[in-house]
Design a protein around this ligand. Structure first.
Ligand SMILES: Cc1cc2nc3c(=O)[nH]c(=O)nc-3n(C[C@H](O)[C@H](O)[C@H](O)COP(=O)(O)OP(=O)(O)OC[C@H]3O[C@@H](n4cnc5c(N)ncnc54)[C@H](O)[C@@H]3O)c2cc1C
Length: 585
């Protein structure tokens, strides 16, 4: 198993102090390149030279990727400095996923070599007239002697111009439909002149240095060996790749928020107002603690989501959509809250200390719309919601026992896992979502822990058990409202706004469940300061308030304890996460 904290520390050393202007990857240069809308070639090369790509290439193809959590966490260190660089590299990673999922061993090795030689990949799914409705895509491939002829246009494709290879999702059957699409690896260097043209760059609001363009293909010949997976397997390949992408992209949202919180703390601990630092003003301190708690909630949820890709690949469809919807939606609010603490300085573009805040806010949005926007993910949950809540409410003892066992492994980072195999992921979870199914049993465990604890810990654990129990109780209401919706509206309920609302509420229960499971099963891996029941209670309150916006269950002492943990993580230089990962300040 990888020594992840040591690996992360090594990468952080390689990247140097973000405030040292002559360092390898300082904020000043990141901001400068953003202002000039320059593709971050130098940072991509810097990270490639450290070997970052090895952590997304499987061992059999010459890489070092065994566990998804390694790559996921390494990218957090990149994105906290520059989400543009992280996105540019993630796009190459995700483009490779189709080959890892369904390609031949030769293809896996060949494209791994392409990446390791410094060349880039792009993922050509979207079209100008078709975004989320991928089965309406018109780019077509027709058979010809020895291969295929591709025609069509792929647009808003990251890396499309700088990449050497574009993975193109094309229609291979006139009828289209789920079995009517195929992925082709289009290697630009092998194409006939004029058959692949780059579309102009589209300037972006955030990620200003990213290559955002597209390709136009005209009678573009590719050999049979360019087919990735089986002919007709394209949708399955795209959806499975997307499951990893959706989880991975949340690391960018978390990193942007990490940088925003760190920047705000730099300000709040230095700036004196009314005779003391802003960080000591009770209201500001509470806002900082809430922001930290939000990040910890996202961290707990993604801990389970990332590990589920290996431990419960049959549930990948639900996990990937829950995190892709919930994490960016939650953290958007966190960024807005932090801006109110940082005040006017959050609006300065080039300030040496605070200028990075506005970039983090602008770049963050990629997590909302890339690889299925938030609404599409809500729809995925909505489609499965009836079965999910029915299973969770029924609490069949055999199913619960199995879910409890699997959940313990999911949230214990020390628990061994088989190497990642993306082909094992399933497109529907068949009503099973382990952490939610195991939540009531975890609430019982919290009650037992409260009975055995002493003093304030006992009180906090009892309050946490009550709060988690109340959130678990929301599942009964969601199930009842779901039943009534379908009985009132019939088939139309499937498209109703109310169904999306219920799906959203389900994600809040998932997040609360993740917090409880991590507290119960991941203790040994968690930073000692964050093992306290007070931290659990403050975080659970964030989720309770999604259902009851004015409710408070954590008192001033618990808030003070979390504030202390936050200030220490900041002053000692650690990522704002449950596990302790050092960062340069
Ligand atoms: C910076 C950037 C990078 C990108 N990189 C890539 C890339 O590398 N490769 C690639 O293929 N694409 C890429 N894209 C395209 C991106 O993934 C698309 O934006 C995506 O396909 C979703 O499209 P859409 O939401 O913009 O629009 P549409 O799918 O046209 O949807 C429009 C609106 O309709 C609503 N909607 C859509 N579906 C539903 C639904 N099921 N239920 C309810 N409402 C719905 C939503 O409000 C949505 O915003 C990139 C885009 C950007 C801006």
């Amino acid at each position: 198993m990888t020594d992840l904290p040591a690996l992360m520390a090594d990468l952080e050393r390689h990247l140097g102090d973000p405030f040292a202007q002559d360092g390898p990857m300082p904020f000043s240069r990141v901001l400068d390149m953003d202002e000039r809308e320059e593709y971050p070639h130098e940072f991509v090369d810097l990270l490639a030279s450290w070997g970052l790509y090895d952590w997304i290439i499987p061992v059999e193809a010459g890489g070092r990727a065994v566990h998804v959590e390694d790559g996921f966490n390494l990218y957090r260190l990149v994105a906290r400095r520059d989400p543009t660089t992280a996105t540019a590299m993630v796009i190459t990673t995700l483009s490779y996923m189709s080959v890892w999922t369904a390609g031949t061993p030769e293809q896996r090795r060949h494209f791994a070599d392409v990446i390791r030689s410094g060349r880039k990949l792009a993922w050509g799914l979207s079209e100008r007239r078709h975004g989320s409705d991928v089965l309406a895509n018109e780019t077509a491939a027709r058979r010809t002697e020895g291969g295929w002829l591709l025609d069509g246009e792929k647009w808003t494709i990251g890396n499309a111009t700088v990449a050497d290879v574009v993975m193109v999702f094309a229609r291979t059957s006139d009828k289209g439909g789920p079995g009517g699409y195929t992925v082709f690896a289009v290697e630009k260097g092998t194409l006939a002149p004029g058959s692949c043209e780059h579309l102009p760059h589209d300037p972006l609001h955030g990620l200003r240095g990213l290559d955002m363009s597209g390709v136009r293909l005209r009678d573009c010949f590719v050999p049979d060996s360019a087919v990735v997976g089986r002919v007709g397997q394209g949708l399955e390949v795209a959806l499975k790749s997307s499951q990893l992408a959706r989880v991975a992209i949340t690391s960018i949202a978390m990193s942007c928020t990490d940088t925003a919180l760190r920047t705000t703390l730099d300000f709040a601990t230095r700036r004196m107002i009314f005779g003391g630092p802003v960080s000591e003003v009770p209201y500001s301190r509470r806002r900082l603690v809430e922001s930290y708690a939000d990040l910890l909630v996202a961290d707990a949820l993604t801990t389970g989501a990332v590990r589920s890709l290996q431990l419960a690949p049959e549930q990948a469809s639900i996990w990937s959509s829950v995190v892709k919807y919930f994490v960016p939606t939650l953290l958007q609010e966190t960024l807005a809250r932090l801006a109110t603490v940082l005040g006017a300085r959050h609006y300065l573009r080039t300030h040496p200390r605070y200028g990075i805040f506005q970039k983090a806010v602008r770049d963050f949005a990629i997590a909302d719309f890339a690889d299925g926007n938030t609404v599409v993910n809500l729809k995925n949950i909505a489609l499965q919601l009836g079965n999910l809540v029915a299973t969770a409410v029924e609490q069949d003892p055999v199913k619960v026992a199995a879910a409890v066992e699997r959940t313990a492994a999911l949230f214990d980072p020390a628990h061994p896992m088989e190497p990642y195999r993306p082909a094992d992921q399933q497109l529907f979870s068949r009503g099973v979502d382990d952490p939610v199914l195991a939540l009531r049993s975890a609430v019982d465990a919290l009650h037992r822990a409260a009975a055995e604890a002493r003093g304030r810990d006992a009180a906090c654990l009892a309050a946490a058990a009550e709060t988690a129990g109340e959130i678990a109780g929301q599942l009964d209401r969601i199930a009842e409202e779901h039943r009534k919706l379908f009985s009132d509206l019939g088939k139309e309920a499937g498209q109703s706004a109310e169904l999306y609302d219920l799906a959203e509420q389900y994600t809040f229960v998932s997040a609360a469940a993740a917090l409880v499971h991590l507290h119960l099963h991941g203790r040994e891996a968690v930073d000692p300061a964050l093992r306290s029941p007070a931290v659990l209670l403050v975080c659970l309150e964030r989720m309770l308030r999604r259902f009851h916006p004015t409710r408070r269950v954590a008192g001033p002492q618990e808030v003070a304890e979390v504030a202390e943990a936050l200030y220490r993580a900041h002053s000692e230089g650690r990522l704002f996460s449950f596990r302790s990962f050092p960062v340069n300040r």
